[in-house]
Design a binder for this molecule. Structure first.
Ligand SMILES: [Zn+2]
Length: 121
């Protein structure tokens, strides 16, 4: 399960630091996902507190990982393009901020299974 692609179920993940790419569907993934239980979905204050706690512990390493993921996966020559990017499992939404700093015209679509994990900008 640890090295199974959550998108296609393939088992050929190529793992980098905090990132993996599926050898089957080519999706780039945050890897590994944290092994923590999230609070009940109806407790938005607890979700916000857990999300903020995670951000405070990981913000610098995640920023670096997002920057490396973007530079690895998108050619710098596309900096002026109106790219459409899906942030699948976007959590607090920090990926979009890093993405916009590198690709200012990109439109980042966001989804997350945990309502309330997106922080105010
Ligand atoms: Zn896959």
């Amino acid at each position: 399960m640890e090295n199974q692609c959550p998108i296609c179920g393939g088992s050929s993940l190529m793992v980098f630091a905090h990132t993996a790419q599926c050898g089957n569907c080519k999706a780039l993934l945050y890897h590994p996902y944290p092994n923590q239980d999230y609070p009940a979905l109806i407790d938005k204050d607890a979700i916000h507190a857990a999300s903020l706690n995670w951000i405070l512990r990981s913000s610098f390493s995640r920023h670096d990982a997002f920057r490396r993921m973007l530079k690895f996966s998108i050619d710098e020559a596309l900096v002026g393009e109106e790219l459409k990017i899906l942030d699948y499992g976007g959590g607090p939404g920090q990926f979009a901020l890093v993405c916009h700093s590198l690709f200012p015209l990109a439109k980042v679509y966001y989804t997350d299974a945990i309502e309330g994990s997106l922080l105010d900008p």
